[in-house]
Design a protein around this ligand. Structure first.
Ligand code: NAD
Length: 282
């Protein structure tokens, strides 16, 4: 452990991020000296390709680590000295730790989703999960579901190439589980047969209102999980909860990601429930 940690976040449009508050508040509760700074590429007027230069500057300045977000998570893959196995499979790095002159790359998005899923939906059946949306967040949720031994995962995306590409990568990592892609006309019957649904598109955010699928299709016992966390209570989560389905909002993943990052950076186990309560009060 260090006497004092300085950590940052590199990405675009991140000035209102809740991550600094999550890290600093929990670190203070753990008795750690900890400062979390934002490096917004748009505000700095720098292109995504400058992420390598920003990492070098942070390393020279004695930073302990850097979180990485859109649009730099793939660029960083080639910049680290050591890549965690899961991050390599996900082809995305959202945490770089500076360790004795070496850069280690991790992915805590999938860990955050997995831990939130276990805590928030402890009785969830993973017999057949349908996932809508196969972008960055969807890669992390698919990886977490399959790591938790989802028996069957059906992937759907409005852009079929996204679903095909994610399915191919997940099959090579999880060869014994059933991973399929759904054509548009296969989506409704798959939802009607699913034990759980993961929503991983931007729908439900302020500028993308609505729900990505018809809730009438759901089996009564089906659980519903949303990755969107601004707002925390999306139309999907509100309506699914009203109908009595077990729900998991996107806040669990957001907190889980921060909690896993804080643990890797400091080597100390944060109090996830305390972080969750704090986040929900922000
Ligand atoms: P992305 O652009 O990488 O992926 C979104 C995918 O959804 C795309 O492949 C797109 O084709 C697909 N899509 C869009 N509308 C669709 C629809 N109606 N039906 C089917 N597919 C559709 O975006 P992303 O980075 O994966 O982010 C998605 C959402 O997840 C955002 O709201 C983001 O804020 C949220 N997110 C949450 C967390 C968290 O910690 N909770 C982490 C990352 C992202």
């Amino acid at each position: 452990p260090r006497d004092r940690y300085v950590v940052g976040l590199i990405g675009e449009g991140i000035t209102a991020s809740l991550t600094p508050a999550m890290h600093e508040t929990e670190a203070r509760a753990l008795g750690l000296g900890y400062e979390y700074r934002i490096f917004d590429l748009l505000e700095l007027g720098r292109p995504a390709e400058d992420v390598g230069a920003l990492l070098s500057d942070a390393q020279s300045a004695g930073f302990a680590a850097m979180n990485i977000t859109h649009p730099c998570k793939q660029l960083v893959l080639d910049l680290v000295d050591e890549l965690d196995t899961d991050a390599a499979h996900l082809r995305a790095v959202n945490l770089v730790v500076f360790d004795a002159g070496r850069l280690r790359g991790y992915n805590t998005d999938w860990l955050g989703y997995r831990d939130g899923l276990i805590a928030g939906l402890p009785d969830a059946s993973f017999q057949r999960v349908v996932q809508i949306g196969c972008g960055g967040a969807g890669a992390a949720t698919a990886y977490a579901l399959l790591s938790e031994r989802a028996e069957r995962l059906d992937l759907f995306d409005a852009d079929p190439r996204r679903a095909d590409e994610l399915a191919a990568r997940m099959r090579s990592r999880f060869p014994t589980q059933v991973i399929t892609t759904l054509a548009p006309d296969q989506l409704a019957p798959a939802i009607a047969a699913a034990s759980g649904i993961v929503h991983a598109t931007p729908m439900g955010m302020l500028h993308h209102p609505g729900v990505a699928f018809d809730l009438d299709l759901l089996r009564q016992e089906a659980w519903v999980s949303d990755v969107v966390y601004r707002p925390l209570e999306t139309e999907l989560i509100r309506e699914a909860a009203r109908r009595g389905h077990p729900v998991l909002d996107g806040g669990r993943m957001a907190v889980g990601q921060a909690c896993a990052s804080l643990q890797i950076i400091t080597g100390i186990q944060p109090d996830r429930d305390r972080m969750q309560r704090h986040f929900r009060g922000l």
